[in-house]
Structures are given as structure tokens and as C-alpha cells.
Write a new protein. Structure first.
Lengths: 515, 506
């Protein structure tokens, strides 16, 4: 047993405790206490990953789980490097915020907290897994709690949104499963693979094997006579699995529905963490397994990033629903990550990963901002607010900071990630056309500024709508739920280096594998 | 014959008990009020048979002048049939499905169970035919057991007519095969030296008529497992039959069919001559196309169902498709995956049918709306039903996931050199997504509803119901996380079915 295992399964312990509670208040207490402990544990996990060598993992556990015959050997194999370390830390931050924001859930409280905790085990387990089979199990374990959290506690169109989320994600993940199966047969039929003592499900082993086989046909070289075609298919199949989560155009249509219908804390987790799992999967599995396919695919991934940025921003600009606007801004901002991934330059990858983290905190905060005003006004129509800044100064200030951070104002964290991603993408010679794609996608920045400034103006400035004169300012609980996200937003805007230093070795490793 | 008899009783104790139980029940019916003695005899016979089946040793070699074998495959599918029969009997008693004549119900049910056991053990074409007919005739009578209901009569009639046609086709195919092989024996068990289809197919495989004969026999077996294009009877029969009978047909009848399919396909694809390899390739392609067709028809049609029993019927069709994938690759791994999947399918499907039956008993309806809010009105019921549905979809952490995983593993392994199978695997995976569309509807009606409105109406979910449902749900979760033991057992039992195959065997 180690720190990482405790972190993953603490929520399950909380869930079991909830089964023995009688009323919702006790369940809520257990849920919040678990989230607070989780924040502490996840911080400790991230700190453990400092100073790791490139390609090394901290807090590793490797225990046999299911062994059948000679080659089917699934392990409980977990470990963290800087990349998963910062994302686990992000999970802890958002769990804390979301738990405080869930205080008001009145109906079916025990069920809500049970699902809330189970969801976190799925997320943490996915980030920590170094075994493909285990990764897939955790990946799927996330689906069901999320389905219920949206479907039971969501808004008016929750049932439609929940099943759409479930179907889209499952559609993606079957390609991941197909990829795992194909990789398994390709590597186990190569005697060199077993001779080295490699395990056909181990992510580090498969990465090393893919690296060695880069010149000789790649990881799937032994998958029959159509190996080249299959490698391309499996690469894009896995890409679809992760792209649905990111979400990448044209697989993004579940996102506005799910984000808008989900209750506020669940929107926070959806935007803050679940989208990151897509990016994480690409960096951990998709690209390192198929470096030779990635070389050809980079252009298309860059183009998809461009579409995400510009299209997402344009659609966000057309929204009158506050929450929908924030949801589409996520589509746009995750595009920067794709742009950085495709570039494969140090700046591009650093920026993209930083953007993963920053988007987690900033969009989480924005959904909390929407939640606060929705709790009071019971609508989210941007055109019906006005002058809230004068009635709710604390709330207005935090909301404005969050929006400025999201549109990329210097001195706030959003700027650093986006800037690095753009610079890295512009400098890239990994694929041709990078410069053009980068230049076009800067247009997205202008659109982003446009819709955020307009939103600030319509909601917070101008004449106060008389109906909302009596709105109380953000309560202490609401402020506390936003603070853990606000602090890194400001801090990383000024000093991004401490966080970058944590995941820097992971970037080095990735570049040596794929670049 | 006399020395063989002792051996026979030792290997087929369960079947003997079941065979003796049929006249015993009829005699017991003359005594006791409202068939209570007959009921007791029937239940006792099933329990005794289950115990015997659990401890019965499997043995190599053929018995009863080569008509039967007592290998691992016979053992596991015998267990499956008797276990399902017992659950169906208990369910029928709890729901009053058998009220119109308990003795008759038990005679039909035990006859069908006996037929299922013998189908799995049959090693001769004629024996196989008789066993399947025993299973079918019991099934026809049970399907129409609700005599007063027009749906019940329609179910029985459809079942009989479709059954007769496909039996005829099968019999014709068998006669052709007998002509080719000069023997009706299906396999030559290890250690035995008599002739069988395994050896004969080498000489006959080059002729087109051989393939025609195989396909004809296969038509009869496909009808038994409700594989396309012989699946039309399935939804109507499941809807019209008492729910306990539907559960029996969905598990025991399908299981017996798959045991026979495995044995038969194993025999006609045995051999390494070029002719056999060529005809095996055809058989694989036919089976793959059939599997994909079956699962796609089942899943797409299930999307439109509002009736829980019809929905589960289409789901059972889809699962026949997944199972056929394991047969189509004709490897021991494939046979293992089929046995493994059948074992987990038993728990998930019986659990689901049992819960549908409980809802039918309590509300008198079995449309999906009858499940409204059950996740909150009866939390244990909701959780168990959710586990069954997630398992049938094939998602972790339930046993449905390793089940599907191993089936697909074999398909993708074979797809390494055959792109057709690679794409077949992808289509099968896409089918999983389609199936979520209807399995999730149970989750939707049970959980995603107006919380305040449903909390008031309680739902009677008694102690016996709870015990049975939990006993069927726990293995689904257990085998989802620790399936090594079950897989190894399945692998042992399925050894030797496709051993003689070259090219596909690994």
C-alpha cells in the first residue's frame, strides 16, 4: 500500500461509509471530509513527482492481478510522473471546490455523494494507471457515476444530455479497446517482445518497445500483412477515444448539452478534469505508441486544433445562455492544447500541458461563477442581467478575474499557457504548415476577447436590473469554493515556473519518444 | 452392454434422475392437493440433479455405443441447463406461472432440461436430433402454458411452426452428412478409435454438397439459439410465454444450442488437408457474417421496444451473435470464450428476467414504464438491475466486460491475418454502443425520474426475491474483477473441441 493507492481508493472508502449512513447530512459530511483529505493527498502525490528523471515514475506499485496463460498478464500497475502528478493535483483542487459547491444538493443526497466519490476514484485511477487494462477499467468506471450525476441531479433536459454523454464516450472508448486488443496481439507475436520480459499491457514497456520499433514498422509491425494500414487505423481509433473526451470537433456536440444540464459542481468536474483525461490519454498512450504515425497525423491534429479554437469561439460568441457560452469556450480553449501537441516543440508541449492545468482551474471557476448567479436568478440569460458588480462586489471581482484569465490577459495564468502554445506551434517544424495554422488560429483570441468582454459588460456593468437589486453577495461558502481555483490562476500568471518544473521531465521524455 | 450401463449411470446420474422424475411427477400428481406433491418431487429432482451434476466426473471416451460423450463441454452445459431449470422452476412457483397444472408444468420443464443436457452430450447426429426435439417439445408446451392468453397461444404456435421447419432442414442436412461420412458419430474422443465426421470430413470437404449439408444442419441449431436469419420467433415467444419460461429459453435452450454448435463445428472443421482448410475458411466466413447479422438485427430492433420482455428477447438475439463470434474463429481460445461468456451470460440474463418477472407480478405489466423510480422505491432491486444491464452491455467492472473482451480478443487475434475478421471485431464493438442505447433505458426509467413523486409508492420485493436476485448479481461483480479462475475452468472444459484444427489453432 502506498500514498497513490490511498489517494485512488479513499473515495471508495468514503462511498462504503456512506452506505451505512442514515440521512443525507452525514453523507454530505463524509463527502466533504473525503474531498478535503483528497486535496491534501493529491498535493502530496504531486510533490513526490518533483525531480524525477525523464521517463521515470514515482510511487509505483506493481502487483499481479489477473494472469491467464503466458501472455495475458494484467497487473495493478500504477505510478505518477510530472504530467499525471499535476493532473492529480488538479483533481484534488476541483474535488474540494466541487464538494463545497455541492452543499445545496437536497434530493437523494446519499446517492449524489456516493456517485460523486465513485467518479473521483475513476478519474484518479485513470491518471495513475500504467497498465492498459487497468486504465480501461478505470476509464469506463467513470462513465456510470457521471451518467447518474447528470441524469438525476441535472437541469430540465438532463436525461437527453446524460445518455448523449454516455453514448458518445462509449463510442470513443470501444476504439480504445480495439486498439488495446490489436496492440496485444501485435506485440505478443514478436518473440523479441517476450524475450525482453516485457508485459503486453504495461504502458512503459509498450512505450519502450514502440520506441525501439520506430524504424522497423512500429508497434504493430507484427500485426499481419496489413500492419501499416492497421497502425494508422488504430492510431486514429485511439485518437477518437480521447478526442471525444477533449472534445475535438466534430465529436464535441455532447459537451454543450452535458455542461449546461449538469448541476454546477458536476459541470466544474466535467470541464475541469474529464476534458483533461482526453489530452492526458493522447500524451500517455496515443502519441508514444505510434510515433511514426504521429509524424503524419500532426498536420491533421493541428488543423483540428485550429477548428476547435476558431469554431468554438465563434459559437460561444453566438450564445445568450451564460453557461453555454462557458461550455463552448472550453471547446475553443482545448484547441490550444491540440495545437501545442501537434507542434511537438518544447514550448508547444509545455504550453499545452500548462493549458490543460489552467483550463481546469479557470473553467472550473467560470462554472462556479455561473452557478452562483443561477442560484439567485434561476436563469442564465446574459441579456437579462446588468450591474451586478455594484450589488455583488466580491462575486463580481472574482468573476471578472476568471473571465480575464480565460481570455488570456497577461499576468493571469491563462496567458502563459496560450502564449507558450502559440510560440511553440509557430516555431514548429514537426509538420509543414504549422506557421499558417498558428497565424489563422490567433483569430480565435480576438473572438474570445469579444465574447468575454461582452459578457462582463452585460452581466456586471451597466444599469442594475431592478429585479436583482436585492441579490446578496457571494456567501462565505461560495467564496471558499472558488478560492482554491483563484489562487493558482493568479500565482501561475506571475510564477508559472514551479508548476512547469514538475512536468518538465515528462515533456523531455515525450519529445525524445515522439519528436 | 451390461458393463457399459454401470459406467453410463456413473457419468449421467443427473440425466437419470431427471428421466426418472418425469413419471414420478405424474404419479405424484395423483396424490396431494393441487399438485403440491408433484411440485415437491419436481423441485427435489432438480436439486438432486444439480448436486449430481456438480460432482459428476467428466470422462473421456464415448458411451452408450458412441451416442453420448461425458466430456467437459457436456458437464458445463449440463450444469447450466439444470441450474437454469431450477431458477425457472422457483420463479414460476413464486409468480404462479404454473397454477394451471403444476405437474404438467414440471413434466414439461424437466423434460426440456433433460433434452438440454442430452443435446450438450450428444455425439451422434440421430441422438442430437432426438435430444433437440426433446428440448423443443418441452419448450413448445411451456411457451403456450398460459392457455387462456391469446399471446401465449400465438407464442406456442410460432415456436412450433418455425421449429418444425428448421428441424426438417436439419434432418435433411444430417442425412446428407451421413451419406458422406458413412457414420452418424460426430467426434472421435481422444483415445477412441472409431470413425466419425471428424475423419470423414477430410474426404468430403472438397464437395460443394458437403458445405450445403453443414449449412442445413446449422440452420436447425441456429434456430435453437435464435441466430439470424432464424430469429423471428424469439420476441413473440418470449413475450407470450410465462416469464420463467422465457428465462429458461433464453439461457438453457440457447446454451444447449451452443454446446451442440461447438461440437458440430469442431467436427466438420477437423483435419489439415487443403480441402478441409478451404471448406473451414468458408464455414468461418459464414459464421462471422451470421454473427454480425444476428447482433446487429438484435441490437437495432431492441432500440424500438417498449416491452421489457421483448427488449430482453432482442437482447438475447444480440448475445447469440456475440457468442457466434467465438465459434466463428474455430480456435480453442474461441471455444473457451464462448463457455466463459455463456457462464456470465447465465447470471446476467437470469437476474434480468427474474427482476422483470417480479415487476410483472407486482404491477401486472412488463412495459418499461412499470420500472419507473424503482431505483429509489426498491434500492436493492435498482442496484441489481443496473448491474445486470451494465453487465449485458459489457462494461467493467462487471463480468460482461471480460466476457466480451475474450470473445473480441479471439476475433482480433484471427483478424491479424484476415482483415474481414478485423472489421468484424470493429462492427461487434460498435454493436456494444448500440446496445447501450436500450440497456440504459432501464437505468433511465429506474433512476432518472421525478424524485419526489416516486418516493411515495413502495414496491414489494420480498426476502426470497432478494436472496435469489443477490445470488445472481454477486457473481456478475465477482467475475468482473477476479475472472482468472473462471477463465481457467472454461479453458479446461473447452479443450479439445477445436484441437484438430490447423491454421486457426494457436
Amino acid at each position: 500500500m502506498n500514498l497513490l493507492t490511498y489517494t485512488i481508493f479513499l473515495p471508495v472508502a468514503g462511498l462504503i461509509a456512506i452506505l451505512f449512513t442514515k440521512d443525507g447530512k452525514q453523507a454530505r459530511l463524509i463527502g466533504v471530509v473525503c474531498s478535503v483529505i483528497l486535496l491534501g493527498l493529491s498535493t502530496a502525490v504531486m510533490l513526490e513527482t518533483r525531480g524525477l528523471a525523464a521517463g521515470a515514475y514515482a510511487l509505483g506499485v506493481d502487483v499481479g492481478w489477473i494472469k491467464l496463460g503466458t501472455s495475458f498478464d494484467v497487473h495493478y500497475r500504477i505510478g505518477v510522473d510530472g504530467l499525471s502528478g499535476i493532473l492529480i493535483f488538479l483533481t484534488g483542487l476541483l474535488a474540494f471546490s466541487a464538494a463545497l459547491a455541492s452543499w445545496n444538493i437536497e434530493n437523494g443526497t446519499r446517492g449524489y455523494w456516493a456517485m460523486f466519490l465513485l467518479l473521483h476514484t475513476g478519474i484518479l485511477g485513470t491518471f495513475a494507471s500504467l497498465d492498459l487494462f487497468l486504465f480501461y477499467v478505470f476509464w469506463e468506471v467513470m462513465l456510470l457515476p457521471m451518467y447518474f450525476l447528470i441524469g438525476v441531479w441535472g437541469g430540465p433536459r438532463r436525461i437527453y444530455a446524460a445518455i448523449k454523454f454516455f453514448l458518445y464516450t462509449l463510442f470513443g472508448s470501444i476504439f480504445l479497446l480495439a486498439g488495446i486488443l490489436v496492440v496485444y496481439f501485435a506485440v505478443t507475436s514478436d518473440p523479441a517482445f517476450t524475450a525482453k520480459g516485457y508485459n503486453a499491457f504495461s504502458i512503459p514497456d509498450l512505450t519502450a518497445y514502440a520506441q525501439a520499433a520506430k524504424e522497423s514498422g512500429g508497434i504493430l509491425a507484427n500485426y499481419g500483412s496489413h500492419a501499416g494500414l492497421v497502425a494508422t487505423l488504430v492510431f486514429w481509433g485511439m485518437f477518437v477515444a480521447f478526442a471525444v473526451k477533449v472534445p475535438v470537433f466534430p465529436f464535441h456536440t455532447w459537451l454543450p448539452d452535458a455542461h449546461v444540464e449538469a448541476p454546477t459542481p458536476i459541470s466544474v468536474i466535467l470541464a475541469g478534469i474529464l476534458l483533461k483525461l482526453g489530452g492526458y490519454g493522447m500524451l500517455r498512450i496515443n502519441f508514444p505508441f505510434f510515433p511514426e504515425v504521429m509524424k503524419d497525423a500532426a498536420l491533421w491534429i493541428g488543423v483540428l486544433g485550429l477548428i476547435n479554437i476558431v469554431y468554438g469561439a465563434l459559437v460561444a460568441m453566438a450564445q445568450t445562455d451564460f453557461k453555454k457560452m462557458v461550455a463552448y469556450s472550453s471547446v475553443s480553449h482545448m484547441g490550444f492544447c491540440l495545437l501545442g501537441f501537434a507542434a511537438m516543440t518544447p514550448e508547444g508541449l509545455n504550453g499545452a500541458i500548462l493549458q490543460l492545468f489552467n483550463h481546469g482551474t479557470i473553467s472550473g471557476m467560470l462554472f462556479l461563477v455561473v452557478g452562483v448567479v443561477y442560484d439567485r436568478a434561476h436563469h442564465r440569460d446574459l441579456n437579462r442581467f446588468g450591474g451586478l458588480m455594484w450589488r455583488m462586489p466580491v462575486y463580481g471581482t472574482i468573476a471578472t478575474i476568471a473571465m480575464f484569465a480565460s481570455l488570456g490577459l497577461p499576468m493571469l495564468s491563462g496567458f502563459v499557457g496560450e502564449f507558450l502554445a502559440f510560440v511553440g506551434s509557430y516555431k514548429s517544424d514537426y509538420y509543414s504548415g504549422a506557421k499558417l495554422i498558428t497565424l489563422i488560429s490567433t483569430a480565435g483570441l480576438v473572438f474570445t476577447a469579444a465574447y468575454y468582454l461582452r459578457a462582463i459588460q452585460r452581466v456586471f456593468l451597466g444599469k442594475t436590473n431592478p429585479a436583482y437589486e436585492s441579490f446578496p453577495d457571494a456567501s462565505r461558502r461560495e467564496v471558499w469554493s472558488m478560492l482554491p481555483l483563484l489562487a493558482p490562476t493568479i500565482f501561475l500568471g506571475l510564477f508559472p515556473q514551479p508548476l512547469i518544473a514538475v512536468y518538465q521531465p515528462a515533456v523531455t521524455a515525450l519529445r525524445s519518444l515522439v519528436g | 452392454m451390461i458393463p457399459d450401463l454401470g459406467n453410463l449411470l456413473g457419468r449421467f446420474g443427473a440425466e437419470t434422475v431427471l428421466a426418472l422424475a418425469v413419471p414420478a411427477i405424474l404419479l405424484a400428481d395423483l396424490r396431494g392437493k393441487r399438485g403440491s406433491l408433484a411440485t415437491a418431487t419436481g423441485v427435489l429432482a432438480l436439486v438432486l440433479a444439480l448436486l449430481l451434476a456438480l460432482f459428476q466426473e467428466s470422462a473421456s471416451g464415448a458411451l452408450l455405443t458412441k451416442l453420448l460423450v461425458a466430456d467437459g463441454l457436456a458437464k458445463v452445459f449440463r450444469l447450466l441447463a439444470i441450474g437454469t431449470g431450477l431458477v425457472a422452476a422457483l420463479a414460476a412457483l413464486r409468480w404462479g406461472d404454473a397454477e394451471r397444472g403444476r405437474a404438467e408444468f414440471f413434466v414439461c420443464l424437466i423434460g426440456a432440461v433433460l433434452g438440454a443436457c442430452l443435446t450438450a452430450a450428444a455425439n451422434d447426429l440421430a441422438m442430437l436430433y432426438i435430444a433437440i426435439e426433446t428440448l423443443s417439445i418441452g419448450g413448445y408446451l411451456l411457451a403456450g402454458f398460459r392457455k387462456q392468453s391469446p399471446l401465449g397461444s400465438e407464442a406456442a404456435l410460432k415456436y412450433v411452426i418455425f421449429g418444425a421447419v428448421s428441424s426438417g432442414a436439419m434432418l435433411y442436412g444430417m442425412s446428407l452428412l451421413y451419406g458422406f461420412a458413412g457414420t452418424g458419430t460426430i467426434t472421435t474422443p481422444p483415445g477412441a478409435s472409431f470413425a466419425s465426421l471428424e475423419g470423414a470430413s477430410g474426404a468430403a470437404a472438397g464437395q460443394p454438397a458437403f458445405l450445403v449439408a453443414v449449412v442445413l444442419v446449422f440452420a436447425g441449431l441456429a434456430y435453437k439459439v435464435a441466430a439470424a436469419p432464424f430469429q423471428f420467433w424469439c420476441p413473440d415467444v418470449y413475450e407470450g410465454a410465462p416469464t420463467s419460461v422465457a428465462a429458461f429459453l433464453a439461457v438453457a435452450s440457447k446454451g444447449a444450442g451452443f454446446a451442440a454448435i461447438l461440437r458440430f463445428v469442431g467436427a466438420v472443421t477437423a483435419g489439415t488437408t487443403p480441402d478441409v482448410l478451404a471448406s473451414t475458411e468458408h464455414v468461418r466466413t459464414i459464421l462471422l457474417v451470421m454473427a454480425l447479422l444476428t447482433m446487429t438485427i438484435g441490437n437495432v430492433a431492441a432500440l424500438r421496444q417498449r416491452n421489457a420482455k421483448r427488449l430482453l428477447a432482442y437482447s438475447a438475439i444480440a448475445h447469440a451473435g456475440y457468442l457466434l463470434l467465438g465459434v466463428a474463429v474455430t480456435t480453442s481460445g474461441g471455444a473457451t470464450a464462448v463457455v466463459f461468456y455463456m457462464a456470465v451470460y447465465l447470471f446476467m440474463t437470469l437476474g434480468a428476467f427474474y427482476m422483470v418477472g417480479v415487476v410483472e407480478r407486482e404491477t401486472g405489466r412488463c412495459d418499461l414504464d412499470a420500472f419507473e423510480g424503482l431505483g429509489f422505491r426498491a434500492p436493492l432491486f435498482g442496484v441489481c438491475m443496473a448491474v445486470a444491464m451494465i453487465g449485458l452491455t459489457g462494461l467493467p467492472p462487471t463480468a460482461g466486460f471480460p466476457g466480451k473482451y475474450f470473445l473480441l480478443q479471439e476475433v482480433f487475434a484471427y483478424g491479424r491475418d484476415h482483415m474481414l475478421f478485423f472489421w468484424g471485431g470493429v462492427i461487434a464493438l460498435l454493436n456494444t454502443v448500440v446496445s447501450l442505447g436500450y440497456y440504459a433505458r432501464f437505468l433511465k426509467v429506474m433512476y432518472l425520474c421525478d424524485l419526489e413523486r416516486v418516493a411515495q409508492s413502495p414496491f414489494r420485493f420480498t426476502g426470497v426475491d432478494r436472496g435469489l436476485v443477490v445470488a445472481l448479481t454477486v457473481p456478475v461483480l465477482l467475475f468482473g474483477l477476479a475472472f482468472a479462475g473462471l477463465y481457467d475452468a472454461a479453458s479446461d472444459l473447452a479443450q479439445g473441441i477445436f484441437l484438430a484444427v490447423a491454421g486457426g489453432g494457436r
